[in-house]
Design a protein around this ligand. Structure first.
Ligand code: AKB
Length: 354
């Protein structure tokens, strides 16, 4: 794979990262005048706001609603490439690779906290590796640089179970273990984790992160992930009473209901900084199931439901990931506790999807 005339291999990744960070620095430096201008300092007296980058995505949509409920619509700014007409708070169009525009938004709204969710997920990134690497890496480095310059106080950045790879223990995968991700998405998330920890240790930035499992919710559609089948299956069960799954029947993966994921995300952002002892990213677990397990659970509510299997290019991605996760550090450090298991999640999904 060629990026900026460099062949992407494991040996040249450090070199590539250096290039990326230098590029971000180049973009950020000329913008310092914006941040230090009297006009910008004036905003320090204003109320501060929280910016959600990638607000139109599966997590972003629901996170914005939840943050608005907790803090009020006037405290939240949603941003994405395209406007989501449903948003109740301020909305700004933003391509996260456009650092100048990002700084403008931060300045305009006096943003102090950021949830940076914009990313290309596993399946899409495998189809567009350069784009996946660029979006997932450069966006993160831009925000970390702004944190280093004390423009932003706190950031949430999502990692994923994709940081693990085929050589990782599959059951009860520990926080600290062999990783070696085999997808571009996983490589970008692992590199991102290293950068988050580095910026925290070296510059003291308050960055917080979770390794999300597959997320399932009824309000927003997933896009481009390997775990997306676990959302589609509910909509097809209601509409067609059948579903063709792109993973094989016994492919067990770690999953989580969206309301648990939102509680974890906002909960981690709310705890005092000294409780956040891991600054790469926390393992987080909810439930684990295979397509066969979820189909059996759906059948309890819709007896006519049938499932067939036609594994595609997403199967090897799923096969490289853990089956269950040990999240004892999250439980110990900041009191994480999941609420939904497969049965409770299935019932709630079907109650909401008509
Ligand atoms: C994906 O399938 O790519 C995501 C993830 C597990 O990070 N849902």
């Amino acid at each position: 794979m060629i990026i900026n005339n460099y062949k992407l291999c494991f040996k040249c990744i450090p070199k590539l990262l250096k290039i990326e960070i230098n590029r971000v620095k180049k973009v950020c430096q000329p913008l310092n005048f914006l941040l230090l201008s009297p006009n910008f300092r004036k905003t320090e007296d204003m109320d501060t706001k929280t910016l959600v980058i990638g607000a139109g995505g599966q997590i972003g949509k629901e996170l914005v609603q939840e943050l608005c409920k907790i803090y009020g619509n006037d405290k939240i700014v949603a941003s994405d490439i395209r406007k989501d007409e449903g948003v109740k708070c301020d909305f700004e169009t933003l391509d996260v690779l456009d650092t100048k525009r990002l700084v403008e938004i931060i300045k305009k709204h006096n943003v102090k906290e950021v949830y940076h969710l914009a990313a290309l997920l596993s399946a899409t990134a495998e189809q567009f590796p350069e784009k996946g690497w660029k979006l997932n890496m450069e966006g993160l480095l831009s925000v970390l640089e702004l944190m280093k310059d004390k423009v932003i106080d706190k950031m949430f950045w999502p990692s994923s179970i994709a940081v693990f790879g085929p050589n990782t223990p599959k059951q009860n995968t520990p926080q600290y273990t062999i990783m070696e991700p085999s997808t571009v998405y996983g490589i970008s998330k692992q590199a991102g984790e290293r950068w988050c920890e580095y910026y925290n240790k070296r510059y003291g930035v308050d960055v917080r992160s979770i390794r999300y499992p597959g997320l399932i919710g009824w309000q927003s559609a997933p896009g481009g992930g390997t775990t997306d089948y676990a959302v589609h299956i509910f909509h097809e069960a209601r509409k067609q009473k059948k579903y063709e799954c792109f993973l094989s029947e016994d492919t067990t993966l770690p999953m989580m209901y969206m309301s648990d994921a939102l509680r974890a995300t906002i909960g981690l952002m709310q705890v005092p900084s000294d409780k956040v002892k891991i600054r790469s990213s926390y393992n987080l677990a909810g439930m684990s199931f295979s397509p066969k397990d979820i189909a059996a659970e759906i059948k309890k509510h819709i007896p006519e439901f049938t499932i067939t299997y036609k594994p595609d290019y997403r199967q090897p991605i799923a096969d490289s990931w853990p089956q269950s996760i040990d999240d004892s550090f999250a439980r110990e450090h900041w009191g994480w506790k999941h609420q939904y298991d497969l049965a409770a999640m299935t019932k709630d999904m079907l109650d909401h999807i008509k």
